[in-house]
Ligand binder design. Sequence first.
Ligand SMILES: NC(=O)c1ccc[n+]([C@@H]2O[C@H](COP(=O)([O-])OP(=O)(O)OC[C@H]3O[C@@H](n4cnc5c(N)ncnc54)[C@H](O)[C@@H]3O)[C@@H](O)[C@H]2O)c1
Length: 339
Amino acid sequence: MKEKVRVGVIGAGAIGLHHSRSLAHHIQGAELASVADPDPEAARRAAALAPQAAATTDHRALLADPHIDAVIIASPNDTHALLIEEASKAGKHVFCEKPLALDLPSADAALAAVSKSGVKLQVGFQRRFDPGFRKARGVIQEGELGQVELIVSTTRDPKPPSLEFMRRSGGLFSDTLIHDLDCVRFLSGLEAVAVYATASTMFLPGGAEEGFVDTAVTSLRLETGALAVITNSLRAAYGYEVATEALGEKGKVTVGQEQQTGVRRYGADGVWNDHVDHFLDRFRDAYLAELAHFIECVASDRQPEVSGEDGRAALVLALLAARSFREGRPLSVDEASQR
Ligand SMILES: NC(=O)c1ccc[n+]([C@@H]2O[C@H](COP(=O)([O-])OP(=O)(O)OC[C@H]3O[C@@H](n4cnc5c(N)ncnc54)[C@H](O)[C@@H]3O)[C@@H](O)[C@H]2O)c1
């Protein structure tokens, strides 16, 4: 068992800064050793969280540091695959934010590099570490619902990201839907055999001109014949929302934690409660738990629960959903997932 896992963070924006804070202050057995971001201020701000941490604008300097055991990749989606390859070649264990890549050849090259070097790879599907989703999976896997027949999953962001962010993220299917796709696989333990998606650009300024959608409905046929329906929107006036329902013969299980504080005010004008408004609030515990799991796996030489193959499987479905929307027809998964 390794006493301290020394970690470098690559990309120190919203989530990279959050992960840096978790490493510096909350995860036993982890040490924030270095932060790389082309924006020097972002690198400095995150590195300042730990007295010993270095800041650099060049991730290659971080990867060349022999004292670093593992990296957290929290840079834009279009950098993930190449950074996984570089980090594995440098012998660093990798925690990579979703998605694994923006296309399958890059994903496969990254996975091949991981497998050749023998490092560990965990993909950032934090819902798998959320207490509610874990409980729901347990209920389903214990057979308490009987056979799962229908899953309904919804993700809504408070407001859309910038077009600049969209250009690097690959858009709604690779960036947002991918969480729901992984969630369906995680909850049901089933693989999808067909995907059918439709989508619109309802409000994203400049989105239509560049082919970015902000509203989508994706349906999946699972291997048992069960169905899943996923709705995504990049705008919700009331805040951030993730809500999931799985229905079976004996009942249903739902996951959705909408309130920030649990406080509800009752008055003559009705009932009022607050609402979660940011993913960092909704998934605070899950982000911490997924990172703690990764550190523990590196320290004790175990394989992480969420694998590169899970990252690839969700990516296959996300890419297929985007293609189904473009071509206006349902598509089968078989062919698309071939290596
Ligand atoms: N799991 C989740 O719920 C979740 C939530 C938010 C973001 N994410 C993922 O985390 C990643 C970052 O998202 P964000 O919201 O923090 O974005 P962000 O735009 O806030 O931050 C990205 C940071 O990466 C830096 N960067 C750009 N190119 C880089 C490069 N080549 N190498 C290193 N750093 C680089 C930028 O300067 C910026 O500081 C994305 O992949 C996103 O999909 C996941």
